[in-house]
Design a protein around this ligand. Structure first.
Ligand code: TTP
Length: 404
């Protein structure tokens, strides 16, 4: 079935990681996030994929070209980020008059669940969560067999099934894309779904696994998921005195030096160097040309291209943006002494990440002075810097962060 993948969002909750790149282009286990979406769609039965992209940014089409995972690709430009219905409307001229699937380009789907969505059209992907109050919750008939609508962030959720933003709809839905603005001022695809639910029996398809990658720690969760599926392979240069256990990918052009211990799953991308005498564990992605130097420990983290942790550093449960540099002795805290979930500032609000273990997020080009200590949940802005010996306890962007 023809499939629209939405990749034109602003990604404001993911800042600073989206200051200089689109959210769907964030790295997940060696590929952009959206590549996983397109591959899941291809495996589930997509015949052709139309990617909705932003104007003046060719990163998505530069990466994919006109084919990926055996599926033909086309591109549609959404001129202004007015909402998901508007994004699908941008793709409509490239769609045949036939049923179509819509997927978010910033979500991970498990392949079998997605295949069930394609098979059971008209259908919506539904995912069971413990606390649905922060999601769009699906309304269904009493038997739970037919979707009747979606209610956004309900205080008293009618069910624990949330909308995954994965829809398989009949051709007619193309005619319903001109929706009005929602309360939050966007043109929402859920209003298109509401019309489809009136005209057709739309089934909820329970997804086994799904991850919406909207906030920085969800990038870690995406990498944990996809690194866990890795099959180890060594195409790069690994010193005889290095010790690799579990599934570890060492890409061609990557170097693992003497005395290094890597406990997979881990992915060392092309041109990266690890060691000598470094320890990499948890689900860790070390991006192209990144460096993990002498006596550096990296646990469950994402180091983007050119990120450097050169000497005597600890990086746990953290995301280091492109071309970041940690001064010697930089340490990251990734656990609160009270054992509560680490909080992070997202668009001015301090929110619980739900993670007991979470370190820091560094925007592209951020640098720490020697012996910097970074507290759990801190973000440094793009090109931000710390002084030698500085201790950063709270998100520097917020006085509010200081109070919580
Ligand atoms: P969201 O995650 O709701 O929006 P966003 O990506 O802009 O992020 P944020 O809220 O943090 O600013 O979008 C869901 C999907 O729809 C995502 O894949 C991006 C896509 N999208 C578009 O393609 N065009 C749009 O106008 C919007 C709002 C989203």
């Amino acid at each position: 079935m023809q499939t629209v993948v939405l990749a034109a969002g602003r990604g404001t909750r993911m800042r600073p990681l989206t200051d200089r790149r689109l959210k769907p282009m964030l790295p997940v286990a060696g590929r952009p996030l959206v590549a996983h979406t397109v591959e899941a769609a291809a495996e589930a039965g997509a015949s052709r994929v139309v990617l909705v992209v932003q104007p003046d940014d060719d990163s998505v089409s530069d990466y994919f070209g006109d084919e990926h995972a055996g599926v033909e690709l086309a591109y549609a430009t959404q001129t202004e980020q007015r909402g998901t219905a508007d994004a699908v409307r941008a793709a409509a001229p490239k769609l045949a008059d036939a049923p179509f699937v819509v997927l978010n380009g910033d979500a991970l789907y498990d392949h079998d669940s997605l295949a069930a969505l394609y098979e059971r059209a008209p259908a919506v992907g539904a995912f069971r969560v413990a606390d649905p109050t922060q999601y769009g919750v699906l309304l269904t008939d009493e038997a739970g067999e037919r979707v009747t609508g979606v209610v956004e962030k309900p205080a008293d959720p009618p069910s624990d099934l949330v909308n995954t933003g994965a829809y398989a709809l009949p051709a007619e839905a193309k005619r319903w894309l001109d929706v009005g603005e929602s309360e939050r001022g966007e043109l929402e695809f859920t209003d298109v779904l509401a019309q489809a639910c009136e005209a057709f029996p739309v089934s909820p398809v329970a997804f086994e696994r799904w991850l919406d990658v909207g906030r920085p720690w969800e990038l870690l969760e995406a990498n944990e998921w996809k690194l866990d599926e890795l099959d180890g392979r060594v195409d790069g240069d690994v010193h005889a005195d290095a010790d690799l256990a579990g599934d570890v990918v060492v890409e061609a052009g990557a170097t693992v030096r003497s005395g290094v211990v890597i406990e997979g799953p881990a992915y060392i991308d092309a041109g990266a160097t690890v060691g000598p005498n470094a320890y990499v564990c948890g689900a860790t992605y070390v991006g192209p040309e990144a460096k993990v130097g002498h006596a550096v420990e990296v646990k469950n983290s994402v180091l983007m291209a050119d990120a450097h942790a050169g000497h005597l550093a600890y990086v746990g449960d953290s995301v280091l943006g492109r071309a970041t540099n940690l001064g010697a002795g930089t340490k990251v805290a990734n656990l609160r002494h009270d054992g509560n979930a680490v909080k992070m500032l997202v668009k001015g609000d301090v929110v619980s990440t739900g993670r007991r273990k979470l370190g820091v997020v560094l925007g592209d080009g951020a640098k720490t002075g020697i012996n910097t200590s970074l507290n759990a949940g801190v973000k440094l802005p793009t090109e931000g810097a710390t002084r030698p010996g500085e201790t950063v306890l709270f998100d520097p962007e917020s006085e509010k962060g200081r109070r919580e």
